[in-house]
Design a protein around this ligand. Structure first.
Ligand code: G3D
Ligand code: MG
Length: 189
């Protein structure tokens, strides 16, 4: 660590329907690899990853929220004070794509009506070619609509928590979006 490295702590929330791959993305990012077998997240888990870059040290607090409706009350607490969100759908599951606006609504409703930097994630792209999947353009178009709506860029990234494709990139991209958001709105303390 050097004196010139800026230190930032970001609270990141993973949003999206149950089974889109939120926990798998988190595990892949933490370096635990991909675990087969579905374990339902109860309420929320939270873990920490520290990333050292040449100019800054980022501590990601990654909150993994349960997608199951019956945990709604538990979940609401966790949106508050989030720095950014990975908004995740499963490219092989159209209803997980259609439910994205409801997740954004949950986020803003429980975060003092504030929108935060977002990266839209189409996960399970390793399934392309084996089962029917939404085209990349669907994700790109929705990200464009979100960009117009929020007034700041919402990128779209396709990932596979199974192969690890673009998982690190998703978190790095989100940290870039957070940095430029903080600069744009002069929100640094
Ligand atoms: P969630 O945390 O959003 O609820 P999970 O989702 O991470 O628990 O994943 C749900 C299921 O999808 C699991 O399968 C998991 O292995 C699978 N999955 C997650 N990400 C990917 C991916 O990128 N590609 C593929 N092919 N599968 C993925 P099971 O069968 O165990 O329910
Ligand atoms: Mg989970």
């Amino acid at each position: 660590m050097s004196d010139t490295q800026k230190k930032s702590v970001y609270k990141i929330v993973l949003l999206g329907d149950g089974a889109v791959g939120k926990t798998s993305i988190r595990q892949q990012y933490l370096g635990k690899g991909f675990k087969e077998g579905y374990s339902m997240t109860i309420g929320a888990d939270f873990c920490v990853k520290r990333v050292e870059l040449s100019t800054m040290i980022i501590t990601f607090q990654i909150w993994d929220l349960a997608g199951q409706q019956r945990f709604d009350v538990v979940r609401e607490v966790y949106y508050r004070g989030s720095s950014g969100a990975l908004l995740v759908f499963d490219v092989s599951n159209a209803s997980s794509f259609e439910n994205l606006p409801a997740w954004l609504n949950e986020l803003t409703k429980n975060n003092y009506e504030r929108i935060v930097p977002i990266v839209l994630i189409g996960n399970k792209t390793d399934l392309r070619g084996t089962v029917p999947c939404l085209p990349k353009e669907a994700g790109q178009q929705y990200a464009k609509a979100l960009t117009d709506w929020t007034g700041f860029e919402v990128p779209y990234l396709e990932t596979s928590a199974k192969t690890g494709l673009n998982v690190d990139e998703a978190f790095m991209l989100l940290s870039k979006q957070i940095e430029s958001f903080l600069d744009k709105y002069q929100l640094r303390g």
